[in-house]
Design a protein around this ligand. Structure first.
Ligand SMILES: N[C@@H]1[C@@H](O)[C@H](O)[C@@H](COP(=O)(O)O)O[C@@H]1O
Length: 252
């Protein structure tokens, strides 16, 4: 099933594997059409399958990342790069170590930055100076966060330090040995940068995401559901599996 709501094209895949393949094909096509693409990349459990597909495509000579630049959405704070729960480690492990992207072209907020303001300012400038993000990959938190932009009273525009929600800490504790080990803060790209991306692909799978997908698409646009602002973006591809699409099936 395929459908369109405002600037959002919705694709419902039958399985997680199908969702991951479709997303990987979109990313690879972007790179093939523009070899020096600027990619915005996401972490979390959702895009792991997409990264596996991209690695396969690279190994099969279907895509070349040698000129690609990447900017990740976020990083925990504080965290060392060597910590296997850092997003730096995640990206190396799931993607960068297996493809031919140049180390110099990888950008992830520094989870040990001493001067946070400087780190955030420089991150935004680097994105801006590179020409902006061509394709941004997003996941979504059960509370509607994108990157680590948590529900709030206002939309935060630039890269900034965030205090993580209890819900997020709980959800992400599944990756850590205990909930106490989950960092309480993070550095996240802001909503303005995400919204300025030329194209966005948002992935969601599983029934835990069904409610928030419905709210994001059909609810009020509000910083209380950060992803709802995507209703205003002209070029979003939403790829869901059947479970995540449960509440919107009849509306699209
Ligand atoms: N900061 C990340 C987000 O970028 C991610 O999209 C979201 C969903 O994670 P998951 O894909 O594991 O459900 O939460 C994490 O905390």
């Amino acid at each position: 099933m395929k459908n369109q709501i405002r600037g959002m094209r919705i694709i419902v895949a039958n399985t997680y594997e199908e969702m991951s393949k479709k997303a990987a094909t979109i990313v690879a096509s972007q790179v093939n059409l523009k070899p020096n693409s600027i990619l915005g990349l996401a972490t979390g459990g959702t895009p792991v399958g997409m990264y596996q597909e991209l690695v396969k495509m690279y190994e099969d000579d279907e895509v070349d990342f040698s000129e690609v630049k990447s900017f990740n959405l976020d990083e925990y704070y504080p965290i060392d790069r060597t910590n296997d729960q850092s997003y730096y480690y995640y990206m190396k492990n799931n993607l960068f170590n297996h493809i031919n992207i140049s180390e110099d072209n990888i950008n992830i907020p520094n989870g040990r930055a001493e001067d946070i303001e400087k780190e955030c300012y420089e991150y935004d400038h680097k994105i801006y100076n590179s020409g902006g993000i061509d394709l941004q990959v997003l996941g979504i938190g059960t509370n509607g966060h994108i990157g680590f932009n948590e529900p709030d009273l206002t939309f935060e525009s630039g890269t900034h330090k965030v205090k993580l929600d209890e819900e997020t800490i709980k959800a992400n504790s599944r990756f850590f040995d205990s909930i106490d080990e989950v960092p309480k803060e993070a550095i996240s790209m802001g909503m303005k940068t995400i919204m300025q991306s030329k194209k966005i692909v948002l992935l969601a799978n599983g029934e835990a995401k069904a409610k928030i997908i419905d709210k994001m698409l059909f609810g009020e646009i509000s910083p209380n559901v950060p992803a709802s602002i995507l209703q205003l973006h002209p070029h979003v591809i939403l790829i869901l599996d059947k479970e995540a699409a449960e509440y919107i099936q009849d509306k699209i």
